[in-house]
Design a protein around this ligand. Sequence first.
Ligand code: CA
Length: 217
Amino acid sequence: MRVLVIEDEPDLLAGIARALRDEGYAVDTAADGEDGLFKAESWPYDLILLDVMLPGRDGWEIVRRLRERGRRVPVLMLTARDAVADRVRGLDSGADDYLTKPFALDELLARVRALIRRGADQPAPVIPLADAVLDLRARVVLRKGRPVPLTPREYALVEYLALHRGCVVSRTDLYDHLFGEDDDTLSNLLDVHVSNIRRKLGHDFIRTRRGHGYCIE
Ligand code: CA
């Protein structure tokens, strides 16, 4: 899952980005409204974390423009003041949720998980897969009740395919949603992750549709 964080406080931006990357999300960042809107319109993000007060364009304008252009990406607004009017304005502009600063990272991560689930039309936090279960809350794959030791990036790949289970997901889609702007996108990286996952979960856990992409049944 690929997340865009638009925030002009450098320490907060770095802290949020690090916490998300530790969880296996691909993270892009923008420190002002212009760059943020440009990136938001350029890539198919699974979620945008959007500060309200930004140089360039403010968060309200960014979310309004995205909605005007038909972008359905979930948006979580980060509001500096605990003012009702600010929160109402954010939600009315098209944001899906808000968090008031200062916030606990654990709460931010929980809201990120919930919004991504909702964006993927997956209301239940657990997805059954062949002989395993994917738990979106704990971000873990369980087999016979035991967690399978996946790296955060391997988990992210399984999660993306599981949220689109039964569908063939193209390599381009996987690169767009699993790797951020700073990631090394050597073309064989995806194959390495897939073969590591197959070693841990069985060869048929991820099926290859030659010339089309990958699929979890
Ligand atoms: Ca700000």
